[in-house]
Design a protein around this ligand. Sequence first.
Ligand code: FES
Length: 156
Amino acid sequence: MSTENTTPSVPECACLSRRQTLRAAGAGVAVVAGASTLAACGAADDVQDAASSAAGAASSAASEAIKAADIPVGGGKVFESLQTVVTQPTAGEYKAFSSVCTHQGCQVGSVADGVITCPCHGSQFDAATGEVKQGPATKALPAKSVTVSGDGLSVS
Ligand code: FES
């Protein structure tokens, strides 16, 4: 007698598969949690795929206005719901990047003195260009486009 198990096995670390993550991204559900779970498993490639999908899912919401006054000169602010970090390297010059760290997919945590820092393993990125200033990350944060409209900023 065969006892075929049709339930997909769950990996020991309870990682979401790429397919599960993409499905979640399509449904707009818990994408950040999925990316974090994958990060905990060390599947950097899957994290980047999930991050790309998540960015696409978030892009429709990315038209949400961000107050320019909330972005300090020389600093910035992380908008986790948009998976975006917005910076203002010099007065009136706004930049935006994916806030998903290119190392293992954590959300970057802070922007100060022209540096975006990831709290997970200490990677640092240039707040003006997104380029890596300090590893372990080796790839820049992907840039997004920022549109200034009155007192607000839109990111896409
Ligand atoms: Fe490792 Fe960001 S996830 S430094």
